[in-house]
Design a protein around this ligand. Structure first.
Ligand code: 9L3
Ligand code: MG
Length: 135
């Protein structure tokens, strides 16, 4: 089956809230809330693709050193298998804004399940909760 590589990021603010972006009308999975990111272009490294996507979609600058890998999502659709590393980032430059008309939400960890997500993203929540919960 065709493998599609997408890279995504949990941006975490100083209050410990996580950024979700709503997939816009006209796109696959419209209306669902996802961790921002997108497809790798040919030959791109995952971090480079993510930095590019975060600049395009949110208007922010992220440094490589501020991206920490957390886990992978893996989901088989009917026609392709999506493999998606999830990074975590707590520092960026610039004001976050939905540059592609998408709605954004800063969500407390315990509220993440209130937001309907694509099938690849939802299984990532426990990993984030594990990272963010006090020891
Ligand atoms: N996707 C799932 N979760 C995410 C992202 C960024 C993307 N957090 C899925 C939706 C599409 C595919 O990856 O099936 C490609 O995404 P896009 O290029 O349509 O945004
Ligand atoms: Mg995208």
């Amino acid at each position: 089956m065709k493998m599609v590589l997408v890279v995504a990021c949990a941006l975490i603010d100083a209050d410990g809230r996580i950024l979700l972006a709503q997939r816009p009308e006209g796109k696959a999975l419209a209306g669902l809330w996802e961790f921002p990111g997108g497809k790798l272009e040919a030959g791109e490294r995952p971090e480079d693709a993510l930095i590019r996507e975060l600049a395009e979609e949110l208007g922010i600058t992220v440094r490589h050193a501020c991206l920490a890998p957390l886990t992978f999502a893996s989901h088989a659709y009917d026609d392709f298998h999506l493999l998606m590393p999830l990074y975590v980032c707590r520092r960026w430059e610039g004001e976050i804004a939905g540059r592609e008309g998408q709605a954004l939400a800063w969500v407390r960890p315990g509220k993440l399940r209130d937001y309907p997500m694509p099938p690849a993203d939802a299984p990532l929540i426990p990993h984030l909760l594990d990272l963010l919960s006090p020891l």
